[in-house]
Design a protein around this ligand. Structure first.
Ligand code: 5GP
Length: 127
């Protein structure tokens, strides 16, 4: 069930638990600002999630409240992960879901990196 983009941060969400090491993940990158790991239900040959270390519910929250250092560190990590996954030549897609219309399910801001095949049109014809 999609979550509203603007609830208070819930530290029991699944990505918070992964960040605390309470739940395992297939890690591909970690630094001061971000953790990247393979999605448990991949939608493409490469499907990696990048989450900031800070507690932000959604892009709305992150863009409004994160520090400049957190924002820069997070986006540099996204680019580095895509590069390290050898996606720069073939190309890739970065996506974030926000709120109910975006079908966001996990209320800790994250971006999806998709690659490994041609990804088709930007949006499906219907949901
Ligand atoms: P959202 O709809 O919130 O943008 O996407 C959440 C993503 O998290 C989904 O693609 C889902 O497969 C993934 N996911 C949910 N639970 C877990 C988990 O426990 N581990 C991993 N690696 N991915 C998860």
């Amino acid at each position: 069930m999609p979550v509203s983009g603007l609830p208070p941060y819930d530290p029991s969400n699944i990505f918070a638990r992964i960040l605390r090491g309470e739940i395992p993940c297939r890690k591909v990158h970690e630094d001061e600002w971000a953790l990247a790991f393979h999605d448990i239900n991949p939608q493409a040959p490469v499907h990696v999630l990048v989450v900031p270390k800070g507690q932000y519910v959604s892009l709305a929250d992150f863009s409004a409240s994160a520090s400049d250092a957190e924002i820069a560190g997070f986006w540099r990590a996204v680019g580095k992960v895509a590069k390290d996954l050898s996606l720069e030549v073939s190309g890739y897609r970065v996506l974030t879901n926000m709120g109910v219309h975006g079908h966001q399910e996990v209320p800790h801001f994250h971006v999806h990196i998709f690659g490994g095949r041609s990804l088709g049109r930007m949006l499906p014809a219907k949901d």
